[in-house]
Design a protein around this ligand. Structure first.
Ligand code: MD5
Ligand code: FE
Length: 210
């Protein structure tokens, strides 16, 4: 369960019913005020992953209130029920109700991976807070690469993340490099997750106050 200090993997943490509810919510968010899109990178590239944000809009490499790189609108609010789910996730991962109770995420990134999408090695450091990141996976299994905090190179640990898996990254692991090198197409159950592809929802504390 503990991949590294502060990094905890709880396979199958989300019940099938909860996964179905999250898929329905993701569908609605994808067509919200700032629709899901392939994020454009500052140097001209386009991410293969598609992302929709809640609470704060993320664009590389900042959080903003309005989606100036898409349509200028504010993103949808982060629902209280999703923040509550994040608190239960942190409490369960760290076996500490107190840490869970004190967790107040203010942003979520919903990532959709089709069979060919991947995410290169990176750190999540656009947040001003080092509070944990909560990651929920639904749909196709992926290969997840958990690296170290110093370089984007080895040593790293490869693991698979399947539908329903929870991963919490905090403490010494919060700034670790990580990547999604591969999706394993057709491994998800369409009766639970999306018809194809992989959804990942991350909850974050931006540390920003308008
Ligand atoms: C994903 N998303 O599967 C992953 C979830 C992203 C991203 O990486 O930036 O959207 S894992 C997120 C994560 C956050 C903070 C630390 C670590 C992983 N880590 O130390 O491995 O779409
Ligand atoms: Fe990341």
């Amino acid at each position: 369960r503990e991949i590294a200090p502060g990094a905890v993997h709880l396979p199958g943490w989300l019940t099938p019913d909860r996964q179905r509810d999250l898929v329905a919510a993701c569908r609605a968010w994808a067509t919200g005020p700032v629709p899901i899109r392939h994020t454009r990178l500052p140097r001209g590239g386009v991410m293969s992953v598609q992302t929709v944000c809640l609470g704060w809009h993320w664009q590389p490499y900042a959080y903003t209130r309005t989606a100036d790189d898409v349509n200028g609108r504010r993103v949808a609010r982060l629902p209280d029920w999703l923040a509550d789910l994040g608190r239960r996730a942190v409490a369960d991962a760290y076996q500490d109700p107190g840490q869970g109770a004190g967790y107040e995420p203010d942003a979520a990134l919903v990532n959709f991976y089709d069979a060919d999408a991947r995410l290169g090695m990176h750190q999540d450091k656009d947040e001003r807070s080092l509070a944990p990141v909560v990651s929920l996976s639904i749909g196709d299994t992926c290969l997840f690469r958990f690296g170290n905090t110093r370089t984007r190179n080895r040593p790293w640990t490869d693991l698979t993340l399947a539908s329903g898996d929870l991963l919490v990254f905090g403490g010494p692991s919060r700034l670790a490099y990580h990547a999604v090198p591969k999706i394993l197409p057709g491994t998800g159950d369409p009766a639970v997750g999306p018809a194809r592809g992989r959804l990942n929802i991350t909850l974050r504390v931006t540390g920003l106050t308008d």
